[in-house]
Design a protein around this ligand. Structure first.
Ligand code: GDP
Ligand code: IMO
Ligand code: MG
Length: 450
């Protein structure tokens, strides 16, 4: 496993943090390649919950190289706070390297994100208001401030002035906002530069050297395929490409360095923010899944919308990413339903059937889910560590997903804890490639029941 990409195969919050942390244990490096602190990735170890927004989910493993790639947008204050919080908990963050080419989320991006949402009123996207969209917009407009600019006062000042000039009108309501005071903005950012300097590097070269040397690198996606700015439910999307193809662009490595692409999906579906969601459940059932799954946003605390597993969207994500493995998380949350349902096709406005994800926004907005009912199970799955521990109905549920997507399941989540996982043979194959067989051997011992 020299290069393995882990991406969200739904609308985000699938459990990428947990899956990345599990793979990182056997890999050498973890790199984030897109998004910013709109992401919230949770890892639960020994009952302690860790929430990471910018720093890769490999950081909890001592000695692993962690990298924030050029495709990530960085709010420097958030990054420094996150580093501090980890240090305070005695996590060694010295290995973190941040691309000098990554773009910075500036104070005006935060204000413009909120202002943009307010202006949209009823039509708002429901962004995380972390300044993601305005920052990527400046990057495309070639008005972005990059990490390297923090190290040069003259350039920093020039670039901030150039970036703010075309925004004068939209920033007028914030004229008195202290975060926009030019002098303090520059001073503050120079301080950020000093504090981050030792982490700033040519991360593309660093990753190339690691891969050339045979190291295993995990590319940790944020958000999910359905939030992709090109392929998701535009305009109700994020402003980056969470699909696997972006792992190369967002880190500066070529496609031939990628060996595997893992898609993470919950056993059901959630979405935060506005936009189409054909399999959404509005009544008590939706509330029950939200309650059992603890479906409240890691970043904003917002209640997540919930629904049955959408296999049309999952097949689409499998194609967009050329997934070779699926990690199905939160299977435990579906325990206790007499029957469970999955969305196998969409019904269009005039009764048309869609087996494939419709490319046209209007068509998609008028679709509803056609559901297939499967047997439920009542057993608690929290202690299951192999497929044979699962109740028959739960196994059949997983088989149904594999058959519908054509993608083998590599691991199954049966609880939030990092040990609450079932590795399948497909998953073990990946680990075999990661660390020369040691990993799979360890797993057999660690996860087989006495
Ligand atoms: P990410 O953004 O994809 O990393 O996912 P989040 O961390 O935002 O949300 C996933 C949530 O589900 C977190 O609270 C995890 O601790 C939790 N989680 C992950 N896998 C499982 C699982 O298999 N079962 C249960 N019950 N919770 C899980
Ligand atoms: P992780 O990495 C779930 C959603 C927001 C909103 C849309 C645009 O934890 O899976 P943005 O702030 O990016 O401009 O908001 O995207 N969104 C996410 N939803 N998980 C995430 O990240 C998300 N990051 C952004 O809710 O609908
Ligand atoms: Mg999340």
């Amino acid at each position: 496993m020299p290069g393995i990409v882990v991406v969200g195969a739904q609308w985000g919050d699938e459990g990428k943090g947990k899956v990345t942390d599990l793979l990182a244990e056997h890999g050498d490096a973890v790199v984030r390649f897109q998004g910013g602190n709109n992401a919230g990735h949770t890892i639960v170890r020994d009952g302690v919950e860790w929430k990471l927004h910018l720093i890769p989910s490999g950081i909890l493993h001592a000695g692993k190289q962690c990298v924030i790639g050029n495709g990530v947008v960085i709010d420097p204050k958030v990054l420094i706070d996150e580093l501090e919080a980890l240090r305070a908990k005695r996590i060694d963050v010295s290995s973190l390297r941040v691309s000098a080419n990554a773009h910075l989320i500036m104070p005006y991006h935060l204000l413009l994100d909120s202002a943009g949402e307010a202006k949209l009123g009823q039509l708002q996207i429901g962004t995380t208001r972390r300044g993601i969209g305005p920052c990527y917009a400046d990057k495309a407009a070639r008005l972005g401030i990059r990490v390297q600019d923090l190290l040069d006062e003259k350039i920093l000042k020039k670039k901030i002035l150039a970036a703010m000039e075309p925004k004068r009108l939209s920033l007028r309501p914030f004229e008195k906002d202290p975060s926009l005071d030019l002098k303090s903005m520059i001073d503050e950012h120079l301080t950020y530069g000093h504090r981050l300097e030792r982490h700033i590097a040519d991360t593309s070269k660093l990753l190339w050297e690691l891969l050339e040397g045979g190291a295993s690198v995990i590319f940790e996606g944020a958000q999910g395929a359905m939030l992709d700015i090109d392929h998701g439910t535009y305009p109700f999307v994020t402003s980056s490409n969470p699909v696997a193809g972006a792992a190369c662009v967002g880190t500066g490595i070529g496609p031939r360095a990628i060996d595997e692409v893992w898609g993470v999906s919950k056993a059901y579906t959630t979405r935060v923010g506005a936009g189409p969601f054909p399999s959404e459940l509005h009544e008590e059932l939706g509330d029950e899944i939200r309650r059992k799954g603890g479906e409240f946003g890691t970043t904003t605390g917002r209640p997540r919308r919930t629904g049955w597993l959408d296999l049309v969207a999952l097949r689409y994500a499998a194609r967009l990413n050329t997934l070779n493995a699926l990690a199905i998380t939160k299977l435990d949350v579906l325990s206790g339903f007499q029957t469970v349902q999955v969305c196998t096709s969409y019904e269009g406005a005039e009764g048309a059937t869609f087996e494939d994800f419709p490319y046209h926004q209007t068509v998609l907005h008028h679709t509803t889910a056609r559901l297939t009912e499967l047997a439920g199970w009542s057993e608690d799955l929290g202690e299951c560590r192999s497929l044979s521990d699962l109740p028959t109905a739960a196994s059949e549920y997983l088989q149904f997903i594999e058959a519908a997507t054509g993608v083998p399941i590599a691991l199954v989540g049966v609880g939030p804890g990092r040990e609450q996982v079932i590795w399948t043979d497909a998953g073990r194959q990946t680990l075999l490639a990661t660390d020369g067989g040691q990993a799979a051997g360890q797993l057999n011992v660690a996860h087989s029941r006495p």
